[in-house]
Design a protein around this ligand. Structure first.
Ligand code: GRF
Length: 194
């Protein structure tokens, strides 16, 4: 069995899409071995508990520094021994030291067609730039913010009258298909990143 860990900070809809895909064997021979959140009240963490998955709150406020916070997350990951770590709305930038421990084994999903619009408020910035296409990107995490090699993208049209909310919802539907598919590819060894 391939072992997946998920890091999240909020709602957790991408985590749920991954968990559903694992349960339905659309990601074959895989299990979720840890769900970790820096936000103890994150809805996604509650959903993980409801599913009976190992859920860990690692409250950033309990740690004096990023390195101490990451050390606690590392301790959990070393015990869980994941093959792949999925960032699913994890709202902290991981240190280069942390990323270097898991080369090509940390994935992230971003609500834009990278390399366009890395960072926060990607959907709003795509609208403001007058883009006619947007979408999402699943990519390997490197030491930059949303800069690592892409695994796959799914596109959506930007429609007249779109708001940040309506565009975000349209992209989110594609995110929920894209993330499981990207994980499946990575676990199958087919995907080395472009
Ligand atoms: C998604 O839009 C994802 O692309 C971005 O953060 C959001 C997380 O949503 N990185 P959720 O917590 O998975 O529902």
């Amino acid at each position: 069995m391939k072992r997946l860990a998920v890091l999240l900070s909020g709602r957790g809809s991408n985590f749920e899409a991954i968990a559903d895909a694992v349960a339905a064997e659309r990601i074959p021979d895989a299990e979720i071995v840890a769900v970790i959140s820096d936000v103890p009240g994150a809805a996604g963490l509650g959903r993980a508990r409801e599913r009976g998955l190992p859920a860990h709150a690692v409250d950033r406020r309990r740690f004096a520094s990023r390195s101490e916070h990451e050390a606690e997350i590392l301790r959990i990951l070393e015990a869980a021994r994941p093959d792949v770590i999925c960032l699913a709305g994890y709202m902290r930038v991981l240190s280069p030291e942390f990323v270097a421990k898991f080369p090509r084994r940390i994935l992230n999903i971003h609500p834009a067609l990278l390399p366009k619009f890395p960072g926060l408020h990607a959907q709003r910035r795509a609208l403001e730039a007058g883009e006619t296409m947007s979408g999402c990107t699943v990519h390997f995490v490197d030491e930059g913010t949303d800069t690592g090699p892409a695994i796959l993208q799914r596109t959506v049209p930007v429609l007249p009258g779109d708001t940040e909310e309506s565009l975000s919802e349209r992209i989110l539907v594609e995110e929920h298909a894209a993330y499981p598919e990207a994980i499946r590819r990575v676990l199958s060894g087919a995907e080395k990143g472009r």
